[in-house]
Design a protein around this ligand. Structure first.
Ligand SMILES: NC(=O)c1ccc[n+]([C@@H]2O[C@H](COP(=O)([O-])OP(=O)(O)OC[C@H]3O[C@@H](n4cnc5c(N)ncnc54)[C@H](OP(=O)(O)O)[C@@H]3O)[C@@H](O)[C@H]2O)c1
Length: 292
């Protein structure tokens, strides 16, 4: 049978890019992947992914380019490096969390290279990405939706289209609002459990106290389990969370909105990173409550 699925170039196979590339390959997309640390792309060859040496190699012959790098400057650099091999009209699905300032630069590059940019940040972390259960927040030209929807249906359980113009950054702005909530929850869990330790309170007493009531959340259960078991296996790193806090603060500043809690949280992530927890899961904000 002829493979009629598009060829997708995945630029960046970190936690999220790895899961996405693997799911696309398993769902019969032809996948070509590039990663700065080649080993991570190489690890996907067992799933049928072709590991390449450069962004330009990866995008050669691709119908869709998907960027999953840590921030805007890295995304910009990778697509610029790929430029000589990009065909005009190629669809560029940009899922990294880059913030509102970077959207302008990425949209300008897309115009310059004649790419169809889809601003498509995601809700969901390592587990949902591996299970193809992400939620995609998407903005981009309606004419391109038929091209990207099968890809979104493979990597996610739901796509929420929030705009027709990627350059307007509506999906990215929604993502920042969402992440402000996620970050506050994470610090809340970390601080409550740190206070319990400091006051010699069994954290389980606190968790049992609120179980099933309006103060309980699935997220509290998830992150408190990580902290109590001292398992900081990374779903979303402290350093990437710090990057997102900074993006939220920049966007809020432009909008004249004070984000005191996110600002304090950014300091906590920075402190945890300086303590050596930068690559660990952001639940390691817990450590920022202690001097060492
Ligand atoms: N993990 C999550 O839960 C989650 C959820 C939603 C959105 N996101 C967003 O998705 C994006 C990827 O997240 P992730 O968790 O997959 O991050 P990650 O595991 O830290 O991967 C980051 C990627 O960026 C690459 N990179 C970093 N610095 C680079 C540089 N200087 N030059 C070239 N490549 C560089 C890394 O390459 P190396 O492997 O060589 O370091 C890797 O491919 C981020 O924007 C993040 O905010 C993540």
């Amino acid at each position: 049978m002829t493979n009629t699925r598009p060829t997708v170039a995945v630029l960046g196979t970190g936690i999220i890019g790895t899961a996405i590339a693997r799911n696309l390959a398993r769902d019969d997309f032809a996948v070509r992947a590039w990663n700065r640390t080649r080993d991570k792309a190489e690890a996907l060859t067992a799933d049928g992914v072709i590991a390449t040496d450069s962004p330009a190699d990866a995008v050669t012959g691709a119908d869709i380019v998907l960027t999953a790098l840590n921030d805007g400057p890295r995304v910009l650099a990778a697509v610029k490096a790929a430029a000589p091999a990009l065909r005009p009209g190629t669809v560029w699905v940009q899922i990294s969390t880059v913030g509102v300032d970077a959207i302008d630069e990425l949209a300008a590059l897309a115009r310059e290279l004649d790419l169809v940019l889809i601003d498509a940040p995601i809700l969901g972390t390592k587990g949902p990405a591996e299970q193809g259960q992400l939620v995609v927040l998407a903005a981009g030209a309606p004419a391109s939706r038929d091209v990207v929807q099968p890809l979104f249906d493979t990597i996610g359980r739901r796509t929420v289209w929030v705009g027709d113009d990627a350059a307007a950054g509506s999906a990215t702005r929604l993502k920042l609002v969402l992440n402000s909530w996620v970050l506050v929850l994470t610090h809340g869990v970390g601080e409550a459990l740190a206070l319990a330790k400091g006051l010699d309170v069994d954290p389980q007493l606190f968790l049992d106290l609120i179980e099933g009531g309006p103060l309980d959340t699935g997220y509290l259960r998830l992150k408190s389990a990580a902290i109590i078991s001292a398992d900081y296996t990374t779903s979303f790193s402290v350093d990437n969370a710090h990057k997102d806090a900074t993006l939220i603060l920049q966007a809020a500043d432009h909008a004249g909105v004070h984000m005191d809690v996110v600002a304090a949280g950014a300091d906590r992530f920075q402190r945890a990173s300086q303590q050596g927890h930068g690559a660990e899961d952001m639940a390691a904000t817990y450590f920022a409550s202690f001097d060492k």
